[in-house]
Design a protein around this ligand. Structure first.
Ligand code: A2P
Length: 340
């Protein structure tokens, strides 16, 4: 699984072509890990972009990219898992297999169309064990090279592990310096489950609350970015100095240093990478996509890591985001479903 990925989750739908162009741009820039889900409605565009990339020679074949998709809550019923993946593959992605198929949420809704948000009364008890066994079947049929989960707590993982013959390969969760998930990561490390991070930059405003982004507005991360920028500029200055005097490259312009300044995004993404966690970030902006890839070849210091470990923790995404505010809860055990 490539260590960094491009996401395609959007709070507001965009035209198919916009997603397709963005995915193509990401592939061109070097992204080899593409993340989608039935509920994002971006599977079709992503599949077309990959096919186009192969036609244009940006990829030798589809095998060169790692594609993740996810089973939506309304399809979280044992008999609907395989048909849902077949729909994703045949009609949307137009691929023979996905590299990774995830249960999107530990939340089950009445069978029905793949829509979001749901009414609260649509939530029903989840046959998690039965759904996992159906996921295993998808793997056995070769339709999903790996299977896993998303937004799962240790409690949900325990339930799966108690019946699994194939344990989940991945748990994709909200993870960033402001929600570090230390306990969950320790648990997953112990069970051999790889952790992937969504919202590595603090996430998008799904509820339209206008709440600020705790990662991009973090003072601690801003300080580290600033200090790191200076350090790197200094290192670079001495490198240029040596070049000038040792090889006569006097014309190397000193303003190149400015390009080496770091920003908060890179500090956050680098920190996640150093934790051994795969990140997936959505941007359809080419400059941002490029910037997000620029996290290799340098490291945070122990002091940076210590400062990040002290950041007050705040979860941003909850399962409440799945439901519209109208409607009443009925016979649902909300704590079990991770809704409260
Ligand atoms: P945009 O899509 O306008 O580029 P998610 O958590 O769902 O992956 O979303 C990531 C959010 O972070 C998006 O709102 C995206 O904005 C923003 N983002 C992604 N890359 C960058 C970047 N390099 N600089 C600033 N914001 C970014």
């Amino acid at each position: 699984m490539p260590a960094v990925g491009m996401g395609t989750a959007l709070p507001i739908p965009v035209p198919h072509e916009v997603t397709k162009d963005a995915v193509l741009a990401a592939i061109e820039l070097g992204f080899r890990h593409l993340d989608t889900a039935a509920v994002y409605d971006t599977e079709g565009a992503l599949g077309e972009a990959v096919a186009d990339a192969v036609r244009r020679g940006l990829l030798r074949s589809r095998e060169e990219v790692f594609v993740t998709s996810k089973l939506w809550c309304t399809q979280c019923h044992p008999d609907l898992v395989l048909p849902s993946l077949r729909e994703t593959l045949r009609r949307k992605l137009q691929m023979e297999y996905v590299d990774l198929y995830l249960i999107h949420w530990p939340v089950c809704m009445k069978p029905g169309p793949i829509t979001w948000p749901a009414k609260r009364e649509d939530a029903v008890l989840f046959d998690l064990e039965g759904v996992w066994l159906a996921m295993e079947e998808c793997h056995r049929l070769g339709l999903a090279k790996s299977i896993g989960v998303s937004n799962f707590t240790t409690k949900h993982l325990e339930r799966i592990l108690s019946v699994a013959t194939i344990p989940p390969a991945v748990n994709q969760v909200e993870l960033n310096p402001v929600w570090q998930q230390r306990k969950l990561r320790a648990y997953c490390a112990d069970k051999g489950i790889h952790v992937a991070a969504y919202s590595p930059l603090g996430g998008q405003d799904w509820s339209g609350s206008g709440e600020g982004n705790a990662v991009l507005e973090s003072e601690v991360l801003a300080e580290i970015a600033q200090a790191r920028g200076k350090t790197v500029a200094q290192v670079n200055a001495s490198l240029l100095y040596n070049l000038r005097f040792n090889s006569g490259l006097c014309s190397v312009p000193l303003f190149l240093h400015i390009l080496l300044l770091f920003n908060i995004n890179q500090i956050s993404l680098r920190w996640i990478h150093e934790q051994g966690v795969t990140w997936i970030v959505k941007s359809y902006n080419k400059e941002r996509l490029k910037q997000n890839l620029d996290i290799f070849g340098w490291e945070l210091t122990d002091e940076d890591r210590h400062k990040i470990s002290q950041i007050p923790q705040r979860k941003f995404v909850t399962a409440m985001a799945l439901f519209s505010p109208e409607g009443e809860f009925t016979s649902v055990d909300l704590s079990e479903m991770n809704v409260v």
